[in-house]
Design a protein around this ligand. Sequence first.
Ligand SMILES: NC(=O)c1ccc[n+]([C@@H]2O[C@H](COP(=O)([O-])OP(=O)(O)OC[C@H]3O[C@@H](n4cnc5c(N)ncnc54)[C@H](OP(=O)(O)O)[C@@H]3O)[C@@H](O)[C@H]2O)c1
Length: 159
Amino acid sequence: MLVLIAAVGNQNQIGLEGKMTWRNKEDLQFFKEMTLNNKVVFGRKTYLEMPKLTGREIYIVSKKSNELNTITDFDSFLVQHKNDDELFFIAGGQQIYEQALKYCNILLISRINYDGNADTFFPYFCKSMYELITYTMNTFTLEVYIRKDYNNEYDRNNR
Ligand SMILES: NC(=O)c1ccc[n+]([C@@H]2O[C@H](COP(=O)([O-])OP(=O)(O)OC[C@H]3O[C@@H](n4cnc5c(N)ncnc54)[C@H](OP(=O)(O)O)[C@@H]3O)[C@@H](O)[C@H]2O)c1
């Protein structure tokens, strides 16, 4: 099972010059709570720019192998895990979100009140394909999107 997790500005900004442009402690804590003791997938560019994460099993998407868990065939990975019982959090950046979005049954989007510059963005997606639940946090809004066809597909594959 693939769960996408992202922090997104008002115009779908996600990053600038390899980094996130805001620092939202509450959202970082949310990310930690969700991903702790789980498997987390990052694109190589995001992975290289971020601080080392502990307590999580990190997978890096890259065409070049390295010493960590590297996913070189991302398409096959997405197809394989779309509906299985192994949980992976898909954690960006832009290239990774673009390719993974249609395979993720749940999207956890922290909507940050940010209107500034960016050079990477969260991709467009068709909101009517999802049920949306929103939670008002202190410093952001959490948008939880659940694919409407998720339960049907899950039942079919696990019959
Ligand atoms: N706001 C958020 O929640 C959030 C979350 C994560 C990242 N970000 C931001 O996003 C930005 C980075 O995004 P990005 O799009 O530039 O880079 P990215 O998605 O992090 O990484 C791109 C790299 O992933 C690898 N890759 C992509 N597709 C692949 C495939 N099909 N097969 C094999 N490898 C593949 C390639 O690595 P190789 O070149 O090694 O082959 C590619 O250069 C940063 O600014 C970061 O801060 C924001």
